[in-house]
Design a binder for this molecule. Structure first.
Ligand SMILES: NC(=O)c1ccc[n+]([C@@H]2O[C@H](COP(=O)([O-])OP(=O)(O)OC[C@H]3O[C@@H](n4cnc5c(N)ncnc54)[C@H](O)[C@@H]3O)[C@@H](O)[C@H]2O)c1
Length: 339
């Protein structure tokens, strides 16, 4: 049994997805599609599949079982909805549509389908080994009751970034909050059981663009934990830091490999008698295996017809939190989220 896949969008992420699928005996990459013919042809020749420029051809092909949407964000909802209408399983790279309304429209299309389709958001951070290990330790109760979460994530952009689709409100849907912030929002909802409220400040501090390059967010999770994060495109040295504090200890994730530095997890256990905690450090290789693990989990969900980790609802909820954060920033007030 093999799953037949079409990838729409042959940029940075489309190439990563194609590389993982091409290595997998239980998958066949049938089509790679890009509006730039050269990009599609180059990727197709690497992975021995067919190059197309028109995504509707791939999405309509009866041979295709699953569609991966890795285009700029303004195209995600239209392609995703069409794929669902054609009865395809679906992975949409984060964000799951440019905003909450687009997310809802994708979910509605899945609900209207005659059969249950597998719908996933590309939340590869859940598959980083340090993050997955932290989730495992939290679920085992190793650090006790979760009290608070704190994260920082960012990079310093690149020359000409203000001309990219990511810097355009209409093409992207938002700025750094929607770009890297959405991973933090998703991880915090995964660890903390959803967001209950947010208070935020968004700012375009440096880059000449019509979206925010910095977001500061304070909030609470549904489990009652306090949450705080800062995401930034003026973080001149790349940074990923995600920390969880519990009643018995804390977990500190640093780095994502590559330019974000070595991925490590420190587990600190509080001593009842006081003094410095016991520290155990887990270190992971530089290679980013999150794409491989996320693909494998999506494929398993397709075979088993079970919800994938980081599904469409998770993507939609993350966009709902972003809408609340944007509202809080505009109104300068705390915004409650109602599930
Ligand atoms: N999970 C992550 O950490 C992560 C990281 C980066 C990007 N992403 C997401 O992945 C998606 C793609 O980002 P990227 O960095 O690969 O962007 P990119 O600009 O590198 O690639 C997008 C590709 O889509 C192609 N394209 C544009 N219009 C098209 C059309 N009509 N039909 C087919 N192809 C078309 C472009 O030519 C380009 O090759 C975005 O949604 C982004 O938010 C996720």
């Amino acid at each position: 049994m093999a799953v037949n896949v079409a990838i729409i969008g042959c940029g940075l992420i489309g190439k990563k997805r194609a590389a993982e699928i091409a290595k997998d005996n239980e998958a066949r990459l049938l089509f790679v599609v890009d509006i730039h013919q050269e990009s599609a042809e180059k990727l197709a020749s690497q992975h021995h599949c067919q190059a197309l420029v028109d995504w509707t051809e791939a999405v309509s092909s009866p041979e295709v079982d699953a569609v991966i949407v890795s285009t700029p964000n303004h195209l995600s909802a239209e392609i995703a909805i069409h794929a669902l209408q054609m009865g395809k399983d679906l992975l949409v790279e984060k964000p799951f549509g440019r905003n909450f309304l687009e997310s809802k429209a994708i979910l509605d299309a899945a609900t209207k389908s005659k059969r249950t389709l597998i719908v996933k958001t590309g939340f590869n951070h859940r598959f980083h080994p340090a993050i997955a290990k932290a989730k495992n330790l939290i679920d085992q109760g190793v650090i006790g009751k979760l009290l608070s979460l704190r994260a920082r994530y960012g990079h310093g952009g690149r020359p000409g970034m203000e001309k990219e689709w990511r810097a355009s409100k209409s093409l992207c849907g938002g700025g750094e909050l929607l770009d890297q912030g959405i991973h933090i929002i998703d991880l915090m909802q995964w660890f903390g059981g959803g967001w209950a409220e947010v208070y935020a400040s968004l700012n375009t501090a440096f880059w000449p663009m019509d979206v925010e390059d910095n977001a500061f967010v304070l909030g609470k999770t549904l489990s009652g934990a306090d949450a705080m994060f800062h995401v930034s495109w003026t973080q001149w040295k790349n940074l990923f830091s995600f920390e969880l504090f519990g009643s018995k200890g804390s977990l500190h994730i640093q780095g994502l490999g590559g330019s974000y530095g070595q991925e490590t997890l420190e587990c600190m256990l509080r001593k009842l008698e006081g003094g410095p905690p016991e520290i155990k450090t887990f270190s992971y290789p530089d290679e980013d295996i999150s794409w491989k693990l996320e693909w494998e989990e999506f494929k398993k969900a397709i075979f088993a017809r079970t919800p994938p980790l980081g599904n469409g609802e998770d993507g939609c909820r993350a966009n709902q939190v972003i809408a609340a954060i944007e509202q809080s920033n505009l109104q300068k007030t705390r915004v409650l989220l109602h599930e």
